[in-house]
Design a protein around this ligand. Structure first.
Ligand SMILES: [Zn+2]
Length: 274
């Protein structure tokens, strides 16, 4: 058994899964894990010895029973959100107690309300690897994938909360219209999911920042691209962008949550060079 499931993760590892110093439980007493900061289900665990008779069919699709009660309420609700928004989930298969085999990037394909289950497709490639037994390299890959899946919502939740759900530039106060922007992009070295590498920005200011039409210097001042400043157009350009030139961004009060000045300087150089 240990040979076959040599790449599996243990309950303890998954209960205290650490990302940037914050612990997130990826498994628990229940089969469906819906952390409060995520809109959609994060993980689903299918236990071979479980009460629900979950099983994979020949196409690698798992029939996973709804949690008891209303299939559209409780823990089931966020599974349906994951289905409707095509948000990838992490599926754990628990072949024996305390061993979890991860399928990262699984999708909930559909729901059968009459018979009370959802259909979950495990990623075909990862499933093949799992069946062959995960090597150390593949285990690291799976762990990195879990980390990636967890990173973005966690980063968003932290940054939006630090900025009181307001755009740092224009103070727009609608979470639906806000993003957590990375100062140093995620994939770059130093692109951590930490608040000092983030800025809460509204969609338009985020897009302008990413495209270097707007820069923020290390003294927290906004700079608008010179060509844009000379352009004459409607109210969005005038009020939304041009009038923001040389204004100061609003940053969180705690020093530990304020944007990292070195990161801002590095990013601002790219704005100046563009
Ligand atoms: Zn804004």
């Amino acid at each position: 058994m240990a040979e076959t499931f040599g790449g599996a993760l243990t309950y303890k590892q998954l209960l205290n899964f650490e990302i940037d110093g914050q612990r997130i439980a990826l498994v628990g007493q229940r089969g469906i894990i819906n952390p409060a900061i995520f809109d959609a289900t994060l993980t689903v665990t299918s236990a071979a010895e479980g009460p629900y008779n979950d099983h994979f069919d020949d196409d690698g699709v798992l029939r996973y029973a709804f949690e008891a009660g209303d299939p559209r309420a409780g823990s089931n609700r966020k599974m349906l959100v994951a289905m409707e928004t095509r948000t990838p989930i992490i599926l754990f298969e628990r072949p024996i107690s305390n061993l979890y085999v991860p399928y990262v990037g699984a999708f909930i394909l559909g729901a059968n309300f009459d018979d009370g289950y959802v259909e979950i497709a495990a990623d075909a490639i990862i499933k093949a690897q799992v069946e062959a037994g995960l090597s150390e390299v593949e285990k690291r890959y799976a762990t990195a994938e879990v980390r990636r899946r967890v990173h973005q919502p966690l980063f968003r939740a932290r940054v939006l909360s630090a900025y009181d759900r307001r755009c740092a530039i224009c103070r727009l106060n609608h979470a639906d219209l806000l993003d957590a922007a990375h100062i140093i992009p995620d994939a770059d070295e130093g692109g951590a999911a930490s608040v000092p590498n983030g800025l809460a920005l509204c969609k338009i200011h985020h897009a302008a920042y990413d495209r270097n039409l707007l820069g923020i210097d290390p003294d927290y001042r906004v700079h608008i691209d010179e060509a844009l400043l000379e352009e004459i157009d409607g109210p969005m350009l005038q009020h939304g962008l041009k009038e923001m030139h040389l204004t100061s961004i609003t940053v969180p009060k705690p020093k530990t949550q304020q944007p990292d000045k070195d990161k801002l300087a590095h990013r601002f150089d790219l704005f100046l060079a563009s």
